[in-house]
Design a protein around this ligand. Structure first.
Ligand code: KIV
Ligand code: NA
Length: 256
């Protein structure tokens, strides 16, 4: 059975933790889905595997191309696609057009937008009104890297109050779930208790309703990873070894 946005909200009520990871193509998505991941995010963090320095250069066409590939690999998980930088901030029309293209062209069930109130919350309210499920994302928002850097957010009393207010505004705007990235664990706990929609944490402690990580970090495919990522295996080493073994055998005429 395919997972729905309503189901994730029910899981919060039941205290069942939501497992989320990112994917960028069919092969990875199919593996994650079969392994039982609940929510697969086609995140603009795929910038890493596409060789970009930040998430900023990714285009809507690139996101759609990859999301179509991911969608073909998924039977059970809820598929959420990031709207990339400056494909939703310009105007409501732009956001509606971008989100509409994602849902219509990829078959994904939802989009994710970065940022809080008032402008983004207003945009999200209108998308939700139009029937588009939206996931929010506050705290560290990597599309604002040139303003925020990649530092932890919400460290001062004032900053932490602002993030809490943004989270509340986004819930009121109708998001079905909210990513909390790189904020103090006690702030994430406070937000999680306050909201009735599930929070999905990344570098936000253990008290969120679910966790997300960037799959290229988890698999050890990325050259570097943020301090809060956990690297569960080292695919860079595994792949390098396999390719070197192959090269040796070809050069020695041992293979085929
Ligand atoms: O792009 C991404 O991978 C994300 C997650 C870190 C939430 O937005
Ligand atoms: Na993202």
């Amino acid at each position: 059975m395919a997972i729905t946005t309503q189901q994730l909200i029910q899981w919060k009520q039941q205290g069942r933790s939501i497992v989320a990871l990112t994917a960028w193509d069919y092969a990875i998505a199919q593996l994650l889905d079969t392994a039982g991941v609940d929510l697969i995010l086609v995140g603009d963090s795929m910038a890493v595997v596409l060789g970009y320095e930040t998430t900023l250069p990714i285009t809507l066409d690139e996101m759609i191309y990859h999301a179509k590939s991911v969608r073909r690999g998924v039977k059970r998980a809820l598929v959420v696609v990031d709207l990339p930088f400056l494909t939703y901030q310009e105007s409501l029309q732009q956001a509606m057009h971008s989100a509409g293209r994602v849902l219509k062209e990829t078959g994904a069930q939802a989009v994710k937008l970065e940022g809080g109130y008032p402008a983004i919350a207003e945009t999200i309210a209108r998308l939700v009104e139009a029937g588009i499920p939206v996931m929010g994302h506050v705290g560290l928002t990597p599309q604002s890297v040139h303003q925020l850097g990649l530092r932890q957010q919400g460290k001062t009393q004032e900053a932490s109050e602002r993030i809490l207010l943004e989270a509340i505004a986004l819930e009121q705007a109708g998001v079905f779930s909210l990513v909390l990235e790189h904020i103090p664990a006690d702030l994430a706990m406070q937000i999680t208790q306050k909201l009735s929609i599930p929070t999905i944490g990344i570098g936000a402690g253990t008290h969120c309703d679910g966790q997300v990580l960037v799959t290229s970090d988890v698999l050890g495919l990325a050259e570097k990873h943020p301090p809060f990522a956990k690297v569960y295996t080292n695919l860079r080493e595994t792949i390098t070894k396999a390719v070197q073994d192959y090269a040796v055998e070809v050069r020695d005429r041992k293979f085929p």
